[in-house]
Write a protein that binds this ligand. Structure first.
Ligand SMILES: Cc1cc2nc3c(=O)[nH]c(=O)nc-3n(C[C@H](O)[C@H](O)[C@H](O)COP(=O)(O)O)c2cc1C
Length: 150
């Protein structure tokens, strides 16, 4: 809903129906953009940006809600996900099936390509476990794994 016409429609909708929650969706690429929309509507959805570049959400809580970020880095996000990943692996889900949704996790960070390549080559092997993910993360430059500007 980010063509000029539909965005305007959303803004007008909010202005004329202030009690109706209006949530805008489509083509919003960053938290900075989301923040601008939140000046006019009640909610913003991020689809492709969240899926393709999940690091963009690292600072959503501090930037949009004034709350502490649950995880400062994608490395921290993966650490928090380890128990989930281990449970899924134990049920026979392949590591690749989980990790293929995170190819953009370290977008723009030195080592991101090595991270992707390591997962692509090793995550598909039978029995690939969380050690493959840990080894892939170790290929990412530590110093650069900080929240990136939205
Ligand atoms: C990975 C992914 C999964 C999605 N799954 C659904 C879904 O299950 N149901 C749905 O109505 N829309 C789904 N969408 C569409 C989004 O909700 C959104 O409408 C669409 O991506 C446009 O927003 P965007 O420009 O921010 O991507 C999905 C989008 C993505 C990227």
């Amino acid at each position: 809903m980010t063509s000029r016409r539909s965005t305007t429609t959303g803004y007008i909708g909010k202005a004329s129906l202030p009690d109706v929650p209006i949530v805008i969706n489509g083509g919003i690429a960053s938290l900075a953009e989301a923040k601008r929309h939140l000046g006019f509507v009640d909610g913003v959805m991020l689809g492709r940006a969240a899926y393709q570049e999940p690091w963009r959400l690292l600072t959503a809580d501090p930037e949009l809600f004034g709350e502490a970020a649950p995880h400062a880095t994608m490395r921290g996000v993966f650490e928090a996900m380890m128990p989930y990943i281990e449970r899924e692996l134990a049920q026979g889900i392949r590591l690749h099936s989980i990790m293929r949704h995170f190819v953009g996790a370290f977008h723009g960070v030195p080592g991101a390509r090595a991270f992707r390549r390591h997962l692509a080559e090793n995550g598909v092997k039978p029995g690939a476990g969380v050690n493959v993910l840990r080894d892939a993360i170790a290929l990412v430059d530590d110093r650069a794994v900080a929240p990136m500007a939205a």
